[in-house]
Design a protein around this ligand. Structure first.
Ligand code: AMP
Length: 216
């Protein structure tokens, strides 16, 4: 299945993406994760992305589009994909349309996770991510058994440098300005399923599962 998941920072996109990948056997393609990996590895792409990410800004379209094109051409995407965090601008959406037509894997469903702003700030500032397996925790709502340590792999939990109230404000402003047209674009094609992501994790997951099962 060819899936796109959308939602502001803190909407629970990452948590739901992990569940979708497990249940629907598709590779998780997260541009945010790809940039962070490049930053950790200290590559040229990572150094470029760091500047934008640390200021809560979007990495330039062409850099992001080239990275995604290369990723979608890999063999594991023959069974479909879950795109997370891309496209974030209309230019990215139009470029993606061309890429997925070329590989004959058009988007079948767009999941839009919506959450109120004050819920987002609480989620984002308490979020912790395992530096090795990328499992997501929250110090209050989803704490690990041992503070700072991943339950699954024992990796160290990190607080993302852009998970602050200040950066959230910038990211939300950009989200509304740039990403809303992307959502409208897919809505016009009738592809969007709106998910109330203010609910408990399991309720959100049940809604998503139902929406995806209707596509199959
Ligand atoms: P995320 O983990 O999806 O919240 O992404 C973290 C940061 O990576 C964003 O705030 C951007 O700086 C950058 N980023 C991720 N995806 C994109 C994208 N599609 N276009 C531009 N920048 C992106």
């Amino acid at each position: 299945m060819n899936i796109l998941i959308m939602g502001a920072a803190g909407s629970g996109k990452g948590t739901m993406a992990q569940k979708i990948v497990e249940s629907f056997n598709v590779p998780h393609i997260s541009t945010g994760n790809m940039f962070r990996e490049a930053m950790q590895a200290g590559t040229e792409l990572g150094r470029l992305a760091q500047h934008y990410i640390n200021h809560g800004m979007l990495v330039p379209d062409q850099v992001t589009i080239d990275m995604i094109r290369e990723r979608l051409l890999r063999d594991d995407c023959k069974k479909g994909y879950l795109l997370d965090g891309f496209p974030r601008t209309l230019a990215q959406a139009l470029a993606l349309e061309e890429i997925v037509i070329n590989i004959d894997k058009p988007i079948q469903i767009v999941l839009n996770l919506s959450v109120e702003i004050d819920v987002l700030s609480a989620r984002v500032t308490g979020r912790r991510v395992c530096e090795s397996c990328k499992t997501i925790y929250h110090i209050k709502f989803q704490p690990p058994k041992v503070e700072g340590v991943c339950d699954l792999c024992g990796g160290r939990l990190q607080h993302r440098s852009d998970d602050t109230l200040e950066q959230l404000t910038v990211r939300l402003r950009e989200h509304v300005l740039l990403t809303k047209p992307v959502l409208d674009h897919y809505a016009a094609e009738g592809l969007v399923q709106y998910i109330d992501a203010t609910q408990e994790i399991d309720e959100v997951w049940q809604d998503i599962k139902k929406a995806l099962e209707n596509v199959r």
